[in-house]
Design a protein around this ligand. Structure first.
Ligand code: NAD
Ligand code: DAU
Length: 357
């Protein structure tokens, strides 16, 4: 039985990846390692938590000794690394935490993988080819686009926020462990995800929650920034393909070919929410409130995912309007999940964040 370590599996994307792997590969033992920060939530995985091929381990990737012991204990065959501090706004107020988890945490995992896969006697001479380290990264490492063009795998790195700088750094370390030690790695850089279990500090779930509660929808700057949105389950399918099929050392871009200005997206969301909540058309849009812009706010992201489509046959499955409606339905049907998150610490963070804007 293959043992795969998935880090950050209690978060938004990680929980979808864990679910997909646990259900699709009953012959894999999936170990979900997560620190359960504010963004990690075991309630994201209640439907699979009792499956015999699933195990949860609570732990911090910044703790090198703990990570080494974990690798020695489980003798993993592969790693899919998603654990990260992921919110740009938080990186602006607390960059060091992003360096610790996203950079140091990644290097700790690489060191443990190197020690366990390339240096133990039974693996010497195999180049550790059967052991894969897959690093899940972001399109934000490429910086910001003007009105035209798209990010390809050859676009130079130009990160602007502490978050994207920390992810760029971790990407470089992963490649360095391939080039220097021969570690079998793959990297993907994906655009903005949306869907169920998305933590309500990010634009779409935050806006759904605020519209539902008749609270202002905060739009940074003029709302003209553009993001390229992808259904989270399509990202999880891409991760499955890349983990199993990518040649060692390869990078793939993943994106929905689905660009929206923030303000157009919010107008579409308001229209869907009016319908779902039986409100008069236009009511939700009255909550739109322009607030101070994010510092260093990247203007536009757009991903060219043709390499992934041509080489591995991946295509996004959902049109955005359909996916957004499904997402709204999920949040309205899962108010207990949402209410649990939006009480306590979330409330304090949110109030502090917006008192400054
Ligand atoms: P998330 O914030 O929802 O989840 C991150 C998870 O990592 C949480 O469960 C958290 O508890 C865990 N974690 C954080 N620090 C940890 C530590 N020190 N040790 C162990 N676990 C820790 O993030 P997400 O949106 O699901 O993103 C997952 C990954 O995908 C990240 O690497 C992110 O950079 C990347 N990514 C995200 C998007 C997106 O749109 N959300 C797009 C492209 C790439
Ligand atoms: O592109 C991939 C990235 O997408 C991931 O690497 C990050 O982990 C993920 O958080 C996401 O980053 P963004 O900064 O693009 O996502 P966010 O939802 O925070 O913001 C989306 C856009 O909406 C961005 O232009 C900022 C704007 N925004 C955001 C919030 C939270 C607002 O206008 N108002 C808001 O309240």
């Amino acid at each position: 039985m293959k043992k795969i370590l998935i880090t950050g599996g209690a978060g938004f994307i990680g929980s979808h990846v864990v679910r997909l792997f646990v259900n699709k590969y009953p012959n894999y033992q999936i170990v979900n390692l997560d620190k359960l920060t504010y963004a990690g939530n075991l309630a994201n995985l209640t439907d699979i938590e009792k499956k015999p091929n699933y195990e949860f381990v609570k732990g911090d990737i910044v703790d090198a000794e703990f990570i080494n012991n974990l690798f020695c204990k489980y003798k993993f065959d592969g790693v899919i690394h998603l654990a990260a501090e992921s919110h740009v706004d938080r990186s602006i107020t607390n960059p060091l935490e992003f360096v610790m988890t996203n950079v140091i945490g990644t290097v700790n995992l690489l060191n443990a993988a190197k020690a366990n896969w390339l240096q133990i006697p039974s693996h010497i001479g195999t180049d550790g080819k059967e052991f894969r380290f897959y690093h899940v990264s972001t399109d934000e490492v490429y910086g910001s686009l003007g009105e035209t063009g798209m990010f390809t795998e050859n676009t130079g790195y130009d990160p602007h926020s502490p978050y994207s700088a920390s992810k760029a750094s971790s990407d470089h370390f992963v490649r360095a462990y391939h080039d220097t030690y021969g570690l079998n790695i793959a990297i993907s850089n994906c655009s903005n995800n949306y869907g169920s279990y998305h933590f309500p500090e990010k634009l779409i779930p935050l806006s759904i929650n605020n519209i539902k509660n008749n609270k202002p929808i905060p739009i940074y700057g003029k709302g003209e920034n553009i993001r390229d949105w992808l259904w989270v389950e399509d990202h999880a399918r891409a991760i499955d393909l890349i983990y199993h099929k990518a040649k060692t050392g390869t990078t793939y871009n993943i994106g929905g070919h689905n660009e929206w200005t923030n303000i157009d997206l919010i107008h579409l969301l308001c229209k869907i929410m009016d319908k779902k909540l039986n409100r008069t058309p236009g009511d939700s849009a009255k909550l739109i409130t322009y607030v101070k812009d994010r510092a260093g706010h990247d203007l536009r992201y757009a991903i060219d995912s043709s390499k992934l489509q041509n080489e591995l046959g991946w295509t996004p499955s959902l049109q955005f309007e359909e996916g957004l409606e499904k997402t709204v339905d999920w949040y309205l049907q899962n108010s207990e999940w949402l209410n649990n998150i939006t009480s306590g610490d979330y409330k304090k963070y949110y109030e502090k964040q917006y008192s400054k804007r």
